[in-house]
Design a binder for this molecule. Structure first.
Ligand SMILES: *[C@@H]1O[C@H](CO)[C@@H](O)[C@H](O)[C@H]1NC(C)=O
Ligand SMILES: *[C@@H]1O[C@H](CO)[C@@H](O)[C@H](O)[C@H]1NC(C)=O
Length: 446
């Protein structure tokens, strides 16, 4: 028995690694999987390229873009250098903090609370997607804030936003009050699970139903645990209403509506025989140009389907958080130099405040000056340095305890061979050769 189980697991793993991309529409159609994979690459690149120089995305879409990117490609964030990750996460945090503070100072804008909570839900989801703690956001426990908002009577009439709020809690495994779950089941009309306040516009109706379905799938364990019996019946009814909305061309409305429907039906694991997944996906693939599905907002909402994900898929994605390298890498550790290695020996000279110190350093051929400094500091207690990463690479902050001094315009400069021959690059871009002398001079720029 054990052996068979192992064999099955082995097969599953093998199948996963062989098959590129997710099992879109069940995965049986490799042409479709390939096409989706291509559009996914285009879309992720397109949306990532819309990030502003300040780290935000246009038209208040920072949180939506980050969430969409991570759901479409969970390796998007980890694929960036620490400086870029920092820019993205701090922009997200900064925007949310502005938002929370404006709430606090403007009192209690009840009229907008529902929408505000939906927005808070989007921020919480985006944070979880890039491994920022929701539980301790500058001493705010956002899940507590959210639960409080959800418990208020008559806060929500918009179940699109409401679903985002529920999703932000269940994605982080946070407890949701029974009353809030019941509200999601009841919707706008208890007797008609598919009714929404936007009945006039069928497309909008499917948008809301799709979000409700994603939220219900995500929160299902909690709902069953809390004894909400109608859960699965209402869920099936809503799934069926979405399926009934599919047109002959495979769409469910516009591109956003169609993608939300595909995401919801995928989340609910609706049987492939009950709806036409391939046509829906093919329709969606025609709705983009070079990965752009009609702007930042719509592309952000649409692209999770390209990775078979939905707004309730974050629990699986957040598992990659533990693999994330630390925000700022510590100094690299050079390999030990063995006898017979191809090495380079050169001199480092340090001039500051009238003192001159000289050191000899040996590095492996091909290593840069930064590695030379690390090797020297490891071997010689008289030499120390501090450096920090920047967008331009590692730069020197202090040598032998003497720091840059911006007040007095004193900065460390690098010279090769003799004073005045300024090095054209930083310590990571300089590759010493035998018998060269690298001179660090604390230089007065005032
Ligand atoms: C597989 O996908 C291709 C490309 O999208 C499509 O033309 C074809 O009809 C699909 N085949 C089936 C059996 O669905
Ligand atoms: C959430 O709960 C599920 C089920 O109890 C568990 O398998 C999963 O690891 C939890 N995820 C997190 C992020 O805590």
């Amino acid at each position: 028995m054990k052996f068979i189980l192992l064999a099955i697991i082995g097969l599953t793993v093998a199948a996963r690694t062989v098959c590129a991309g997710c099992p879109i529409c069940g995965g049986g159609n490799s042409t479709l999987v390939d096409q989706v994979e291509q559009v996914k690459d285009l879309s992720v690149s397109w949306l990532a390229a819309q990030q502003n120089i300040d780290g935000s995305w246009p038209s208040l879409n920072t949180q939506n873009a980050i969430l969409g990117l991570q759901l479409a490609d969970p390796s998007w964030f980890t694929g960036h250098v620490p400086e870029e990750r920092l820019l993205t996460t701090s922009t997200l945090e900064y925007e949310l903090m502005q938002y929370l503070l404006s709430w606090r100072t403007s009192g209690d804008p009840i009229g907008q609370l529902g929408i505000s909570a939906g927005r808070l839900g989007q921020y919480m989801l985006a944070m979880q997607s890039v491994c920022i703690s929701v539980d301790d956001f500058y001493e705010n426990r956002l899940q507590v804030v959210m639960n409080r908002l959800l418990r208020r009577k008559d806060t929500f009439t918009n179940f699109f936003a409401y679903s985002f709020s529920i999703l932000s809690l269940c994605s982080g495994n946070f407890t949701i009050y029974k009353r809030s779950l019941l509200k999601l089941v009841h919707g706008t009309d208890r007797r008609h699970p598919c009714s929404t306040q936007f009945d006039v516009d069928p497309g909008h109706n499917i948008d809301i139903l799709s979000l409700e379905v994603m939220a219900m799938v995500c929160a299902r364990d909690q709902a069953i645990q809390q004894g909400i019996r109608r859960w699965d019946r209402v869920l099936s009814a809503r799934v069926q209403c979405i399926i009934d909305g599919q047109s002959d061309d495979g769409s469910f409305g516009n591109a956003i509506t169609t993608s939300l429907a595909v995401q919801a039906l995928t989340a609910a694991e609706a049987s492939q025989s009950t709806w036409n997944c391939v046509d829906a996906v093919e329709f969606l693939l025609t709705q983009q140009t070079n990965g752009d599905f009609g702007g930042v907002a719509s592309t952000s909402q649409i692209i999770p389907f390209l990775n078979c994900n939905n707004f309730g898929s974050l629990r699986e994605i957040s598992e990659t958080c533990s693999q994330l390298p630390p925000p700022m890498p510590s100094r690299p550790v050079p390999t030990v130099i063995e006898p017979g290695d191809d090495t380079v020996t050169f001199d480092i000279e340090v001039r500051a405040n009238g003192d001159v110190e000289s050191y000899q350093v040996t590095i492996l051929n091909g290593e840069n000056l930064y590695f030379g400094m690390i090797r020297l500091a490891d071997l010689n207690n008289d030499f120390t340095f501090e450096s920090s990463g920047s967008a331009f690479g590692e730069s020197i902050d202090a040598i032998n305890g003497v720091s840059d001094d911006s007040v007095n315009s004193l900065y460390w400069t690098i010279h090769i061979g003799q004073e005045g021959t300024f090095a054209p690059k930083g310590i990571e871009g300089l590759f010493p050769s035998d018998d060269e002398v690298y001179i660090f001079i604390l230089t007065d720029f005032s």
